[in-house]
Design a protein around this ligand. Structure first.
Ligand code: GRF
Length: 192
């Protein structure tokens, strides 16, 4: 990844589908002087995603696409990204799978946060699976997005302890707290 030169920040889009706590956290991070990125756009596949409220709050351009026709939608998104001069994409709780073609066009410039210690527990219900397997550790991973789901190169990972009192909800909460530290740290790692 190229080094930052000068004071300009890298224009970034965040893709969300839900609560958007990572989106909010990335906005806050982007406003720190040393942050290499600015958040210029949020894209969602859910028109009433809770996280979209942060777009209003922080005056970030938002666009909703229903993804019914993936090819058409991705074409629209690509032209929007081009128009907005977006260079970097952070997926944050985005529940759609991007096509191989789309990923190729943004090769090495799309990252994702996943609520498990990858390569363990790719896909959904990670906390439930960790609890069922009586794992001692769970955690989160920031990784590059490739066409194989949750399989791209790991940028950073953070472990949390799973205690006997944990259930999927308490574990999700614990992991999410760490996600909010890990995502900015991973971005710093990429651009510094
Ligand atoms: C996070 O746990 C993230 O790891 C996963 O989806 C969740 C999104 O949470 N991909 P939020 O919408 O950022 O609050």
């Amino acid at each position: 990844m190229e080094k930052l030169t000068g004071p300009k920040k890298i224009k970034t889009a965040v893709f969300i589908s839900g609560t958007g706590s990572n989106f909010k956290n990335l906005i806050k991070f982007s406003k720190i002087k040393n942050s290499p990125i600015s958040i210029n756009l949020v894209i969602s596949n859910i028109y009433n995603a809770i996280g979209l409220k942060y777009a209003n709050q922080f005056k970030i351009k938002k666009k909703i696409f229903n993804f019914q026709d993936i090819k058409y939608t991705e074409k629209k998104i690509l032209s929007l990204l081009r128009k907005e001069k977006i260079y970097f994409i952070c997926l944050a709780g985005f529940m759609k799978i991007l096509s191989k073609d789309f990923i190729k066009k943004f090769n090495g410039k799309i990252i994702n946060i996943h609520p498990s210690l990858l390569p363990k527990y790719k896909g959904l219900n990670t906390h439930h699976r960790a609890i069922s397997n009586r794992d001692k550790f769970a955690g989160c991973t920031v990784h590059y997005v490739t066409e194989k789901i949750d399989s791209g190169k790991v940028i950073l990972r953070k472990k949390v302890n799973v205690t006997i009192n944990d259930n999927p909800t308490s574990l999700a909460k614990k992991v999410l707290t760490q996600e909010h530290k890990l995502y900015p740290a991973a971005i710093m790692k990429i651009f510094n």
